[in-house]
Design a protein around this ligand. Structure first.
Ligand SMILES: [Zn+2]
Length: 231
Protein backbone atom coordinates (compact mmCIF):
# COMPACT_ATOMS: atom_id res chain seq x y z
CA UNK A 1 0.00 0.00 0.00
CA UNK A 2 1.42 3.33 -0.99
CA UNK A 3 0.46 6.87 -0.21
CA UNK A 4 0.01 8.98 -3.28
CA UNK A 5 -0.32 12.73 -3.64
CA UNK A 6 -3.02 13.51 -6.22
CA UNK A 7 -1.59 16.98 -6.72
CA UNK A 8 1.48 15.42 -8.33
CA UNK A 9 -0.65 14.06 -11.17
CA UNK A 10 -2.36 17.37 -11.68
CA UNK A 11 0.85 19.41 -11.47
CA UNK A 12 2.85 17.16 -13.77
CA UNK A 13 0.01 17.09 -16.27
CA UNK A 14 -0.25 20.90 -16.22
CA UNK A 15 3.52 21.35 -16.54
CA UNK A 16 3.62 18.96 -19.50
CA UNK A 17 0.67 20.65 -21.24
CA UNK A 18 2.14 24.13 -20.90
CA UNK A 19 5.67 23.02 -21.77
CA UNK A 20 4.47 21.00 -24.78
CA UNK A 21 2.60 24.05 -26.02
CA UNK A 22 5.74 26.09 -25.31
CA UNK A 23 7.91 23.65 -27.26
CA UNK A 24 5.73 24.35 -30.31
CA UNK A 25 6.82 27.97 -30.21
CA UNK A 26 4.68 29.86 -27.72
CA UNK A 27 7.25 29.76 -24.90
CA UNK A 28 9.08 32.89 -26.05
CA UNK A 29 12.34 30.97 -26.04
CA UNK A 30 11.93 29.58 -22.53
CA UNK A 31 13.55 26.22 -22.08
CA UNK A 32 11.20 23.22 -22.31
CA UNK A 33 13.63 20.43 -21.39
CA UNK A 34 12.86 17.66 -18.91
CA UNK A 35 15.07 19.10 -16.20
CA UNK A 36 13.23 22.43 -16.34
CA UNK A 37 9.88 20.58 -16.28
CA UNK A 38 11.07 18.80 -13.17
CA UNK A 39 12.28 22.01 -11.52
CA UNK A 40 8.99 23.76 -12.27
CA UNK A 41 6.96 20.78 -10.99
CA UNK A 42 8.97 20.94 -7.72
CA UNK A 43 8.46 24.68 -7.52
CA UNK A 44 4.68 24.24 -7.81
CA UNK A 45 4.42 21.19 -5.55
CA UNK A 46 6.25 23.07 -2.80
CA UNK A 47 3.55 25.72 -2.94
CA UNK A 48 0.30 23.77 -3.11
CA UNK A 49 -1.44 21.76 -0.44
CA UNK A 50 -0.95 18.03 -1.04
CA UNK A 51 -3.98 15.74 -1.35
CA UNK A 52 -3.10 12.28 -0.22
CA UNK A 53 -4.88 9.06 -1.12
CA UNK A 54 -4.02 5.41 -0.76
CA UNK A 55 -2.99 4.28 -4.21
CA UNK A 56 -4.76 0.93 -3.66
CA UNK A 57 -8.00 2.88 -3.94
CA UNK A 58 -7.15 4.17 -7.38
CA UNK A 59 -5.95 7.55 -8.43
CA UNK A 60 -9.23 8.96 -9.68
CA UNK A 61 -9.83 12.45 -8.43
CA UNK A 62 -12.13 12.66 -5.49
CA UNK A 63 -15.57 14.02 -6.29
CA UNK A 64 -15.08 17.69 -5.70
CA UNK A 65 -17.16 20.59 -6.80
CA UNK A 66 -16.62 21.36 -10.49
CA UNK A 67 -16.06 25.07 -9.89
CA UNK A 68 -13.46 24.31 -7.26
CA UNK A 69 -11.69 22.00 -9.67
CA UNK A 70 -11.56 24.67 -12.36
CA UNK A 71 -10.22 27.23 -9.89
CA UNK A 72 -7.54 24.82 -8.71
CA UNK A 73 -6.50 24.13 -12.31
CA UNK A 74 -6.20 27.86 -12.97
CA UNK A 75 -4.17 28.41 -9.78
CA UNK A 76 -1.77 25.66 -10.75
CA UNK A 77 -1.35 26.98 -14.29
CA UNK A 78 -0.49 30.36 -12.75
CA UNK A 79 2.09 28.82 -10.43
CA UNK A 80 3.59 26.85 -13.33
CA UNK A 81 4.07 30.08 -15.27
CA UNK A 82 5.57 31.81 -12.25
CA UNK A 83 7.96 28.92 -11.59
CA UNK A 84 8.88 28.64 -15.25
CA UNK A 85 9.71 32.37 -15.37
CA UNK A 86 11.94 32.11 -12.28
CA UNK A 87 13.73 28.96 -13.37
CA UNK A 88 14.25 30.32 -16.84
CA UNK A 89 15.66 33.56 -15.45
CA UNK A 90 18.21 31.71 -13.32
CA UNK A 91 19.10 28.48 -15.12
CA UNK A 92 21.24 25.98 -13.28
CA UNK A 93 24.93 25.99 -14.16
CA UNK A 94 25.82 23.64 -17.04
CA UNK A 95 22.21 23.59 -18.09
CA UNK A 96 22.51 22.24 -21.62
CA UNK A 97 18.98 23.04 -22.84
CA UNK A 98 18.70 19.83 -24.80
CA UNK A 99 15.66 19.41 -26.94
CA UNK A 100 14.12 16.50 -28.77
CA UNK A 101 15.42 13.00 -28.39
CA UNK A 102 17.51 12.96 -25.28
CA UNK A 103 17.75 9.20 -25.15
CA UNK A 104 21.04 8.94 -26.95
CA UNK A 105 24.04 6.75 -26.32
CA UNK A 106 22.08 4.52 -23.94
CA UNK A 107 23.19 0.89 -23.98
CA UNK A 108 21.36 -1.33 -26.48
CA UNK A 109 19.86 -4.52 -25.13
CA UNK A 110 18.80 -5.29 -21.57
CA UNK A 111 19.46 -2.54 -19.04
CA UNK A 112 18.91 -1.67 -15.42
CA UNK A 113 16.78 1.48 -15.46
CA UNK A 114 17.64 3.21 -12.22
CA UNK A 115 14.82 5.42 -10.98
CA UNK A 116 15.41 9.13 -10.63
CA UNK A 117 16.28 10.05 -7.04
CA UNK A 118 14.88 13.15 -5.39
CA UNK A 119 15.44 14.67 -1.99
CA UNK A 120 15.64 17.91 -0.07
CA UNK A 121 18.41 19.30 2.07
CA UNK A 122 17.71 21.45 5.10
CA UNK A 123 19.58 23.30 7.80
CA UNK A 124 19.01 21.06 10.86
CA UNK A 125 18.86 24.02 13.24
CA UNK A 126 16.55 26.39 11.34
CA UNK A 127 14.75 23.93 9.00
CA UNK A 128 15.46 26.29 6.15
CA UNK A 129 16.38 24.77 2.80
CA UNK A 130 20.07 24.77 1.93
CA UNK A 131 20.86 26.88 -1.13
CA UNK A 132 24.11 27.91 -2.79
CA UNK A 133 25.68 24.52 -2.29
CA UNK A 134 26.00 21.19 -4.10
CA UNK A 135 24.83 17.63 -3.58
CA UNK A 136 26.61 14.65 -5.16
CA UNK A 137 25.49 11.12 -5.93
CA UNK A 138 28.37 8.73 -5.50
CA UNK A 139 28.79 5.01 -6.12
CA UNK A 140 31.84 2.84 -5.44
CA UNK A 141 33.22 3.91 -8.83
CA UNK A 142 32.87 7.63 -8.10
CA UNK A 143 30.40 10.27 -9.26
CA UNK A 144 27.39 8.53 -10.84
CA UNK A 145 26.92 9.26 -14.53
CA UNK A 146 23.61 11.00 -15.29
CA UNK A 147 21.01 10.26 -17.98
CA UNK A 148 22.02 13.21 -20.16
CA UNK A 149 23.78 16.51 -19.87
CA UNK A 150 20.68 18.25 -18.51
CA UNK A 151 21.16 16.31 -15.29
CA UNK A 152 24.19 17.42 -13.39
CA UNK A 153 26.15 15.59 -10.74
CA UNK A 154 27.10 17.31 -8.45
CA UNK A 155 23.69 18.95 -8.42
CA UNK A 156 23.69 22.69 -7.66
CA UNK A 157 21.06 23.62 -5.07
CA UNK A 158 19.21 26.73 -6.17
CA UNK A 159 17.03 29.19 -4.29
CA UNK A 160 14.02 28.66 -6.52
CA UNK A 161 13.80 24.91 -5.88
CA UNK A 162 13.85 25.17 -2.07
CA UNK A 163 16.67 22.76 -1.34
CA UNK A 164 15.37 20.10 -3.72
CA UNK A 165 17.85 18.00 -5.66
CA UNK A 166 17.27 15.33 -8.30
CA UNK A 167 19.49 12.76 -9.92
CA UNK A 168 18.66 10.52 -12.83
CA UNK A 169 21.36 7.86 -13.19
CA UNK A 170 22.36 6.57 -16.61
CA UNK A 171 21.05 3.06 -17.38
CA UNK A 172 23.45 0.20 -16.71
CA UNK A 173 23.88 -2.76 -19.10
CA UNK A 174 22.53 -6.10 -18.01
CA UNK A 175 23.14 -9.63 -19.29
CA UNK A 176 19.52 -10.62 -19.66
CA UNK A 177 16.04 -9.25 -19.01
CA UNK A 178 14.82 -9.92 -15.48
CA UNK A 179 18.24 -9.81 -13.83
CA UNK A 180 18.02 -8.43 -10.29
CA UNK A 181 20.71 -6.20 -8.83
CA UNK A 182 21.15 -3.88 -5.86
CA UNK A 183 22.64 -0.48 -6.57
CA UNK A 184 24.25 1.32 -3.66
CA UNK A 185 24.71 5.08 -3.67
CA UNK A 186 25.77 7.76 -1.25
CA UNK A 187 24.18 11.18 -1.32
CA UNK A 188 26.92 13.53 -0.21
CA UNK A 189 26.94 17.23 0.64
CA UNK A 190 29.25 19.53 2.54
CA UNK A 191 27.85 23.06 2.53
CA UNK A 192 30.21 25.75 3.85
CA UNK A 193 30.19 25.86 7.64
CA UNK A 194 28.28 22.57 8.05
CA UNK A 195 29.27 19.04 8.96
CA UNK A 196 29.57 16.77 5.95
CA UNK A 197 26.46 14.73 5.12
CA UNK A 198 26.64 11.17 3.81
CA UNK A 199 23.33 9.42 3.23
CA UNK A 200 23.27 5.81 2.05
CA UNK A 201 20.69 4.79 -0.58
CA UNK A 202 20.13 1.31 -1.91
CA UNK A 203 17.84 0.57 -4.85
CA UNK A 204 16.92 -2.87 -6.11
CA UNK A 205 16.45 -2.88 -9.86
CA UNK A 206 15.18 -5.60 -12.22
CA UNK A 207 16.59 -5.23 -15.72
CA UNK A 208 14.30 -4.48 -18.66
CA UNK A 209 14.56 -4.95 -22.42
CA UNK A 210 15.23 -1.29 -23.23
CA UNK A 211 16.26 1.95 -21.61
CA UNK A 212 13.47 4.15 -20.21
CA UNK A 213 13.98 7.64 -21.57
CA UNK A 214 10.71 9.24 -20.61
CA UNK A 215 11.02 10.98 -17.29
CA UNK A 216 8.16 10.28 -14.92
CA UNK A 217 7.67 11.95 -11.58
CA UNK A 218 5.72 8.89 -10.46
CA UNK A 219 8.81 6.72 -10.91
CA UNK A 220 10.94 8.95 -8.68
CA UNK A 221 12.51 7.46 -5.58
CA UNK A 222 12.01 9.99 -2.81
CA UNK A 223 14.48 10.21 -0.01
CA UNK A 224 13.56 11.24 3.48
CA UNK A 225 14.36 14.92 4.12
CA UNK A 226 18.06 15.33 4.86
CA UNK A 227 19.57 17.74 7.36
CA UNK A 228 22.99 19.25 7.85
CA UNK A 229 24.25 20.75 11.09
CA UNK A 230 26.61 23.66 11.68
CA UNK A 231 30.15 22.73 12.69
ZN1 LIG B 1 15.78 23.34 -19.45
Amino acid sequence: MEIHNLMEDLVVETVNELFDAGAKGSSGGWCTCKQCRMDVACFVLNRVKPEYVLSSRGVAYSETDYGEKLQRGADIACLVKEGWAQINAAPRPNHARLYGDECQDVPAGPVFNIRPIMGRLFNGATFEPIVDSKVSLISESGLVKMMDSNWTNPYPLAKNTNGTFTFWPFPVSSVEVGERRRFAFTVSASPDGFEELSHYVELEVVSEATAVCQFSLQAVHRLQDLYVFAK
